[in-house]
Design a protein around this ligand. Structure first.
Ligand code: SF4
Length: 842
């Protein structure tokens, strides 16, 4: 499928749903640019989207069906899958079977999986990893609007005078939306308020940062609504808990209140920080209440706006991928069930909602679910209480995993692995946060025996005897059926309606341009006020700190795709434990050292980053690292299985923990062409560099260099006094194969130049490598800020010192921030810090 013509497709990562123009330039090679005609991004892409081209290779791919460790053909693998499924249904009933699917699936895949399980197997035990991301927003929408409707659009961000960002590090997690918000600020002077316990890079750019306590959002929004009511600005019947302590300093609350009063054109954008909570649904309704009571919805520049995390989380919601929805926004009432059963022509339709994610893995653990099919997700790492979930997966009688990667932490436990299509091979649709449906298009031929998820599901359905209902020949045919099914939603008074797309010809589907269902403001009735009460977290003296988990700017989920990019790895090479200086001192932690975070459910080790950005008595760790990328660094071992009682969404953002120092006897790093997953160490993590890998390690006792290094010609220097050892291994052609640096008490050299030698670098000789620096030292870049142009902190600080006083001026001097723009907030922060230091010095 070699082509020079641009293919219009959609980014693989977040719910912004940016359009991409992809030009295939060779075998598994593609150049990526933002699609200027796509209404989600108008040509912008963040760092992750920009560097998608580095992730389309076949390294690590699952290319053939596998039964255990044995390669099988599709017939054998699917006969086995179907046989085990049928046996479970016959012996234990339909509820012994479950699917756990993903917002990475295309809508057509989701539709097929949902139809098979709910319509023909007869159980609603299908849930999606979107449960972890925005199930609370869905529940809040259902309570307030009577349907899961996002009531505004990205254009409202352009036209708002005030934007409240709640629990959203937008600059990192939805960077193109952040760029849109910044553009609005520049164009119309919009005010930005960030409501978040952390002083994130987004909060640093805001006009006001409201450092709310963990899970303090309901109190804050109730207090705001009460303040407006007390001034006669809204008409409502107050409820108990509305007049409450806002939980933030009085002057901060007054400033927020006055901004809200002064700016009726207000959008409140909320995200995982609000949703992933025991009070996630109530937070969503507290936000919607403020908009409902003030009439700030269904108008330009106004509305409550839930951002989705995954590229097709919204498509999954629409199809019915959540266990508590039947299909297409329909529930389980008798009339809805009757209509769905008639549409699917089935007499086996499930009777009641199924198990939500946390309960589903409990049921796998205790043997109620005996057959589990995981599609396109990695619950062994991404679920809370991940140790328990891994145990459940290991116990499951039959675990089937369809994925693109051969050995995810989950796939390693599978009885059967089925190779699925990856981004760049799939063909179908996704829906973004503003209800806009876009096409993902294939750029490459399917590699090996990989197949579309919907086609795999349809094959299993045929084997189970339901061939007539799954006789699609293309993704277009699946889409047409799904679009036709939305006629049922209108019969139940709902807004969701794609029937106009149900007669699409294949060529129309092929040429389809982005379509937003429901228009810009789809609400047809005023939202209901839902009285919600503030909650308080219980104190626990064994675990005195509150742990928050979240994302890094340049990584995605469990790094199975972004972890392939050496460019993206530059931003954060290790998972960091962010902690306030006072808490670090109390716990005996030092900046750059190691700390073990312990909860009632597990423990994990991280590099310590002492920072004032973290509020006292709280800590933050990223959720991306898996056992494949780090030893002891899995953040999701820490949160317990606590969920929001309405939505079932896990509470990742507020876990009780304690932190203790980890004191290794030696520290080391290894750069090598091949990757290592060393065993027997206290801690390690690895990241890609151009031409190989950089491993950071720490341990106790002797260092087993032989286990770490490849064979080849070795040069070594040892300093017994400081306990340092430096070994360089070269291959037959003299090229560097590996370099290991170990110390017991001294400093390790900077990694940047050394890791650059794997790719040929500047032709350093071994003696320079052993010294850890070139004969003519090059300036140290410092931490990399702009990954597109490889610009480090030191060059940016030098430009600022020389008079560059704006992000644009720094860009003119260094090029930093002039490509994707994801690093512009970081450059802004460096400028602000330099100004503060300059003023202090004067
Ligand atoms: Fe992809 Fe970035 Fe756009 Fe999200 S904001 S869809 S990750 S390019």
């Amino acid at each position: 499928m070699k082509s020079q013509a641009p293919v219009h497709t959609t980014c693989a990562y977040c719910g912004v749903g940016c359009g991409i123009r992809a030009i295939v330039t060779g075998d598994r090679q593609v150049t990526i640019a933002g699609d200027e005609d796509h209404p989600a991004n108008f040509g912008r892409l963040c760092s992750k989207g920009t560097h998608l081209g580095e992730t389309v290779g076949l390294e690590g791919r699952l290319l053939h069906p596998m039964i255990g460790d044995r390669q099988a053909d599709w017939d054998e693998a699917l006969d086995l899958v179907t046989g085990r499924m049928r046996e479970c249904i016959e012996r234990y009933g339909p509820d012994s079977v479950a699917f756990y699917v993903s917002g990475q699936l295309l809508t057509e895949d989701y539709y097929a999986a949902n139809k098979l399980l709910k319509g023909f197997v007869g159980t609603a035990n299908i849930d999606t990893n979107s449960r972890l991301c925005m199930a609370s927003a869905v529940a809040a929408h259902n309570r307030a609007f009577g349907e899961d409707i996002v009531p505004c659009s990205y254009e409202d961000l352009d036209e708002a005078d005030l934007i409240l960002l709640v629990g959203s590090n937008t600059a990192w997690c939805h960077p193109v939306i952040w760029q849109r918000i910044e553009a609005a600020r520049e164009a119309r002077g919009s005010k930005i308020v960030v409501i978040d316990p952390r002083r994130t890079e987004t909060a640093e750019q805001a006009d006001l940062h409201v450092a709310v306590a963990p899970d303090g959002d309901v109190a804050l929004f109730n207090a705001l609504l009460h303040a407006l009511h007390a001034r006669g600005l809204v008409d409502l019947v107050p409820w108990d808990g509305l007049d409450c302590d806002p939980g933030v300093p009085a002057d901060v609350f007054a400033e927020l209140r006055d901004l809200v009063i002064a700016h009726p054109r207000m959008v409140t954008l909320f995200s995982m920080g609000a949703n992933q909570s025991v009070a996630g649904t109530d937070k969503g309704n507290a936000i919607i209440n403020l908009h409902a009571a003030t009439g700030r919805y269904n108008q330009p520049g106004a509305g409550p706006f839930s951002m989705t995390g995954q590229p097709n989380a919204m498509g999954g919601r629409e199809v019915g991928g959540l266990a508590n929805t039947l299909a297409c926004h329909l529930g389980f009432s008798e009339a809805e069930r009757a209509h769905v059963a008639a549409f699917w022509k089935t007499d086996r339709l499930c009777a009641a909602p199924g198990l939500k994610a946390v309960d589903l893995f409990r049921a796998v653990h205790d043997g109620r679910v005996k057959f589990l099919w995981v599609m396109a997700t990695n619950p062994a790492v991404s679920m809370p209480d991940a140790g328990f979930v891994r145990e459940a997966l290991a116990r499951c009688e039959t675990l089937v995993v369809s994925d693109v990667i051969a050995d995810t932490d989950t796939a390693q436990l599978a009885d059967v692995r089925l190779p699925a299509l990856a981004w760049g091979e799939k063909d179908g649709t996704v829906t973004n946060s503003e209800r806009r449906i876009s096409r993902q298009r294939a750029l490459f031929r399917a590699p090996g025996q990989a197949r579309a998820d919907w086609a795999i599901v349809a094959d299993v359905a045929r084997r189970l005897g339901y061939g007539d209902a799954f006789a699609w020949e293309s993704s277009a045919a699946v889409f047409r059926e799904y679009a036709a099914m939305t006629a049922l939603t209108r019969r139940h008074g709902k807004v969701f309606d794609l029937t106009a797309l149900s007669a699409m010809r294949d060529e129309d589907y092929e040429a389809m341009t982005p379509i937003q269902w429901g228009g810009r403001h789809p609400l047809v009735a005023p939202p209901r006020l839902v009285p919600v009460q503030p909650t308080a977290s219980a104190a626990d003296s064994n675990f005195p700190l509150r742990l928050n988990t979240g994302r890094y700017r340049d990584q995605w989920h469990t790094m199975t795709r972004t972890g392939l990019s050496h460019t993206l790895a530059q931003h954060r090479r290790e998972p960091l434990l962010e902690i306030h200086p006072d808490d670090a001192r109390t716990a005996g932690l030092v900046d750059g050292g190691l700390g073990r975070v312990v909860s009632a459910h597990g423990a994990a080790i991280f590099r310590v980053n002492v920072t004032n950005a973290q509020a006292r008595s709280t800590a933050f760790v990223p959720m991306h690292w898996t056992d494949a990328m780090a030893g002891e660094g899995r953040a999701n071992l820490l949160p317990g299985p606590l969920v929001d009682p309405v939505s079932g969404q896990p509470a990742f953002k507020n876990s009780a923990v304690r932190i203790e120092p980890v004191i290794p006897e030696w520290r080391a790093f290894l750069v090598s062409v091949g990757s290592r997953a060393p065993s027997g160490l206290l801690w390690w993590s690895r990241s890609r560099v151009k031409g190989g890998w950089l491993h950071e390690m720490a341990g106790i006792g002797a260092v087993d260099c032989d286990a770490l290094l490849p064979s080849g010609h070795r040069l070594e220097v040892t300093d017994a006094v400081r306990g340092t050892r430096r070994i360089v291994v070269t291959g037959a052609n003299g090229a560097v194969a590996a370099a290991l640096f170990v110390t017991r008490s001294g400093q390790l050299p900077p990694r940047d130049w050394i890791s650059g030698q794997l790719d040929g670098g500047d032709g350093a000789v071994a003696i320079e490598l052993l010294a850890g620096r070139p004969a003519t030292p090059a300036p140290d870049r410092g931490p990399v800020v702009c990954i597109c142009h490889g610009v480090g902190t030191n060059a940016i600080l030098a430009a600022i010192g020389a008079g560059a006083g704006s992000v644009g001026a720094v860009g003119n001097v260094t090029c930093a921030g002039t490509n994707c723009g994801s690093c512009r907030p970081a450059i802004s922060r460096l400028i602000a810090e330099a100004m503060i230091m300059k003023e202090a010095a004067e």
